[in-house]
Design a protein. Structure first.
Ligand code: SF4
Length: 240
């Protein structure tokens, strides 16, 4: 199916998708979390699990005084793993939290805010790419987690690509099946104004439409994006 608009498809369609989703759903008030530390912890705990499990784990951390990077860094991995058990794959996630905590504690005085800020004690501010690279160098932090921390804990204009986003892009002819993460991130970032509020809201809205309509099987009836050119899973058998 060809797009009617003669501009590059991403230029025309990505802002249109955003507008339609925002009109339909309104602001999503993301990310759920009371502080940059809670958001960053949540970004790691949410890997491969439902958010309700993450909430239970974060509640245990909050109640036990575990939202403290120095304490996480100093803790035995097994002890931390028991605290975050409700999040699932808790030993893996404890190791990942400890890896991030070690960098926060050793290089940034135990402050995730200091890690994520562009301001430095020297005269040259860090670039967003430098902050992102520091996150990506940490064991267990891939691009999706790094961008979620950058955007929702650090307030930096970087786009988060997740499974829901990939599905919507593919079904709307904006990406192939196996596009690289960075190619999809670049697609959003060149098609939208570099405004972290837009990126924040857009990702949250894509998750909303993914949960309500565009899951492993597309339910296009009543979807806010149904009027835009899209794949017809029932016809081509392309549902996952
Ligand atoms: S459910 Fe259908 S209309 Fe909605 S985003 Fe997915 S493919 Fe597009």
């Amino acid at each position: 199916m060809k797009l009617k608009d003669q501009r590059a498809p991403d230029e025309a369609v990505l802002p249109a998708i955003f507008g339609r989703l925002l009109d339909a759903y309104g602001p999503q008030h993301w990310w759920p979390g009371d502080s940059p530390t809670e958001v960053a912890v949540g970004a790691i705990l949410t890997q491969n699990t439902a958010w309700t499990n993450v909430e239970r784990a974060i509640k245990r951390m909050r109640q036990g005084g575990w939202l403290d990077w120095r304490r996480i860094d100093a803790a035995e991995a097994e002890t931390l793993a028991e605290v975050i058990r409700p999040a699932g794959t808790f030993r893996v996630k404890a190791a990942r939290l400890k890896a991030l905590a070690h960098v926060v504690a050793a290089r940034h005085g135990g402050s995730i805010e200091r890690m994520l800020t562009r301001q430095t004690e020297g005269s040259v501010p860090r670039t967003i790419d430098e902050i992102r690279a520091e996150l990506l160098a940490i064991h267990g932090i891939g691009p999706e987690t790094a961008d979620a921390i950058m955007l929702y804990a650090g307030g930096h204009a970087t786009f988060v690509i997740d499974t829901y986003t990939r599905r919507v892009l593919r079904r709307h002819f904006l990406a192939g099946a196996n596009e690289a993460y960075d190619a999809l991130r670049a697609l959003f970032m060149r098609s939208l104004p570099p405004d972290e509020r837009v990126f924040n809201e857009y990702h949250a809205l894509l998750v909303r439409v993914g949960k309500e309509h565009c899951g492993s099987v597309a339910r296009c009836d009543g979807c806010p994006l149904a009027a835009l050119p899209h794949d017809e899973p029932a016809l081509d058998g392309n549902a996952e």
